[in-house]
Ligand binder design. Structure first.
Ligand code: 5RP
Length: 236
């Protein structure tokens, strides 16, 4: 299977995993990205009699609605039984870097509100240690340069290396997230202790969220490779 086929296979495995829970009245959480798109398509086509979904982005909400899945506000839906989403990197403890699609804050909120997080990924996402993928940090726009200075200090005091900081933009126009904020992508640092670094970044005034998902890691990884889909739980 090539990468695109792996993404679809992981999404199909997630649907099979979730299907026994898809009953009347049940609302599930759905993530963002090309792998999550496959899950949305398969979920919508499944014919399962569930109530609907909470989406982690306006993009996923639009796709769900277009395909006939009712979209709920998280405040109406309450705690969710399960959240299905992709990742940019995932390590053996199922800690992740996310936010390549810019939806990290809502992804972290929906994950936090869900009893179980199922990560769906192609084989390229599995890493021994997080850090090669640039870490997205969503910031309140007026705090952008303040946050960059604090992140530089954090990298020095925690011996993370000498990162570089890129404000995410398209054709020179800064990206604006679904929450009206900016994203700084942090390149080139070593994230030796993801839980500690997630907490330290979260403590910087002006940071909304980082794309480190270590304090709330995935519960299950459905990892598609050339030969099929593997169910992976956290290594202890
Ligand atoms: C979006 C995300 C995605 O889960 C992540 O970027 C993986 O995307 P894809 O499934 O397209 O490889 O965190 O913010």
């Amino acid at each position: 299977m090539d990468t695109a086929e792996q993404k679809r296979a992981a999404a199909a495995a997630a649907l099979e995993w979730v299907r026994p829970q898809l009953r009347s009245g049940v609302v599930i959480g759905v993530g963002t990205g090309s792998t999550a798109d496959h899950f949305i398509d398969l979920l919508a086509a499944s014919g399962a009699a569930f109530a609907g979904a909470v989406a982690s982005s306006s993009r996923s909400a639009e796709r769900l609605s277009r395909l006939g899945v009712k979209v709920f506000d998280l405040n109406e839906a309450g705690e969710l039984p399960i959240y299905v989403d992709g990742a940019d990197e995932i390590d053996p403890a199922l800690r992740m870097t996310k936010g390549g699609g810019g939806a990290l804050t809502r992804e972290k909120i929906v994950a936090a509100a869900s009893r179980s997080f199922v990560c769906i990924a192609d084989a390229s996402k599995r890493v021994a240690a997080l850090g090669a993928f640039p870490l997205p940090v969503e910031v309140i726009p007026m705090a952008r340069e303040h946050v960059v200075r604090r992140l530089r200090t954090l990298a020095a005091t925690e011996a993370l290396g000498e990162p570089t900081f890129v404000v995410r933009s398209t054709a020179g126009v800064p990206l604006v997230t679904d929450n009206g904020n900016a994203i700084i992508d942090v390149h080139g640092w070593r994230i030796a202790d993801p839980c500690r670094i997630e907490a330290r970044i979260g403590g910087i005034v002006g940071v909304v969220e980082s794309g480190l998902f270590a304090l709330r890691a995935a519960d299950l990884l459905l990892l598609a490779g050339a030969d099929g889909v593997e169910r992976v739980t956290a290594a202890t």
